[in-house]
Design a binder for this molecule. Sequence first.
Ligand code: FE2
Length: 374
Amino acid sequence: MTTLTHHEQQTTQDVLQLNGTDYIEFYVGNARQASYFYRMAMGFSLVAYAGPETGRRERASYVLQQGKIRFVLTTPLKPDNEVAEHIHLHGDGVRDVALWVDDARLAWKEATRRGARSVQEPCEIADEHGSVKMAAIAIYGDTIHTFVERKNYHGAFLPGYKAKAEDTLARPTGLLHVDHVVGNVGWNEMNRWVDFYASVMGFSLYQHFDDKDISTEYSALMSKVMANGNGRVKFPLNEPAEGRRKSQIEEYLEFHHGPGVQHIALASDDILHTVSRLQKQGIEFLRVPHSYYAALQARTGRIDEPVEELEKLGILVDRDDEGYMLQIFTRPVEDRPTLFFEIIQRKGSRSFGKGNFKALFEAIEREQGERGNL
Ligand code: FE2
């Protein structure tokens, strides 16, 4: 086995042949209302729907799209239902990080042969627009990966969904694609899930931080990033680390009742535009103090964006040996301090903003303190 170093992409065979993220499905208490948030604040368009009007009796789903990002908001219509149970336990959050594959049966067969637990055996569904093959496996907590093979399908989303006419409510913000999806797992569970992504999914270690890099006075975490062979799918994994006070990962695990998706990073190619639109449309972001910007250029060197503009919007910058990246984090998007979003623009850098962790964690802890959870 190759020694793992910074950014090294191992040449392991890409056994599951993932093309990228297909969709991310959220189980929510009220999908109709949540869809307004994602359309009018985050800038997504409603493109498809399935529910009682389309013959589905137990759940309703709204499919939202912006650039290549596809979110599905699903709500239960009855109490004794898997969706309702998920929401009861975890609150609104991510159920499925679905992966686009060329061969869903092969991906499922390889993953389960290597030890993944099956959630859905390969099946084929069809309507007048063609057919889709799907299968699913379990990952951390109650989260799953559905494998979606859609080369023979030309409809709006999946068979059974009805396409929606152009969305006149959507206020686009320039979000383009999913950059990475971060999972929080329990104490001492990170390496177990790193092994899962390596041995079951054929991913390799992208880079890692240890608790010395990213501990603040009070709390800490450990993080490793797993990536698939073509680098299109990146899953950082966090576990809590020992600190003087309760870490943000512990707070998440407590309120989410177990492991789950912590944040989804969405890419823009004009972060100044995207973040100013999002702020105008009501999205709240974490803020770092003025001192962060006073020290910025000494740390990052020359950057294209005016520092005053970055400070006005609260955007963070980090540089590595390949270039730099700009990023900003929303406050949690539910009442529970669980899921949040990151907006990211990469200018050469392929890393995840290690240089910002300290400033950021201090901002997170200020809010954690306000919630009485430190
Ligand atoms: Fe991130």
